[in-house]
Design a protein around this ligand. Sequence first.
Ligand code: NAD
Length: 295
Amino acid sequence: MAHIAFIGLGQMGTPMATNLLHKGHHLRVYDINPTASEKLNALGAYVATSPKDAVLGCEFIITMLPNGKLVNDVIFGNNGAIESINRNSIVIDMSTIHPLESDDIRNRLRSENIEFMDVPVGRTSDHAISGTLLILAGGTKEQIEKASPILLCMGNKIVNTGGPGNGIRVKLINNFMSIALNALSAEATVLCESLNLPLEKALEVMEGTPANKGHFTTTWPNKVLKGDLTPSFMIDLAHKDLSLALDVANQLNVPLFMGAASREIYSQARATGRGKQDWTAILEHLRNCSGLKDD
Ligand code: NAD
């Protein structure tokens, strides 16, 4: 059984640490809020007085904190982990933080000959409780192999994200998609209600279309991702349909922020001569706008 330091015992950290204890690991826990560790103490965890105290004799140091500054502080700050860390240990940051801060922490630790992995998690605190988190492992193949038995106490699936730094980057993309889609879905639902259209009917229709299934697995694979921009559904027509929805919403005083921003992208694509291309060419349009070059 491994000796693990767990720092950050909030909504996520407490159940994750609990699952490690239930699997028989030895835990030294630390949280700035003293009451946070009471439950884990009752389950047999040693309650440390500082990050420096928490990491003593540990092979794995897990951080689960609100932001990168705090991760940096518990490692390099006053009474920080760096002061007593075992040089053969791996620091595993499971928080969601800025990728550049994560890179910075990796580089600083590397200069002290200490290994670092970025391993954020997908799903929610309910999954943290049931030990079914989605583990997004950023690290070398060897690090992921070494950490997997520990990580699998907290989650039921590990994705090897393809190298150091990729875990936190995949997390960023996933959250960007799901958080923005939440707002777009809310706009569609509000428009539906304003039109006195039962949401169940809209859901029934969208069930089998890219509206609900997304584009990555429906419209893109056989068109833009294959370099085929011949129109199955033209950008001009997509622009017209989006404009119809915005016009109707406007008459009903329903603001569609995401919808309006999307329409501007379609307008701009038309202005650059893409009107007769397939609507999936929006990807190419945004790649061009971002200065990305073809391979
Ligand atoms: P939380 O606010 O519930 O817990 C954070 C804990 O860190 C608190 O107990 C706090 O006292 C402690 N803390 C703050 N500063 C500290 C310090 N200097 N030293 C030690 N402990 C300190 O947050 P959470 O929901 O557990 O989220 C933790 C991380 O996991 C975040 O980065 C979050 O974005 C990410 N995340 C959360 C969820 C979720 O559903 N809540 C899902 C996936 C990822």
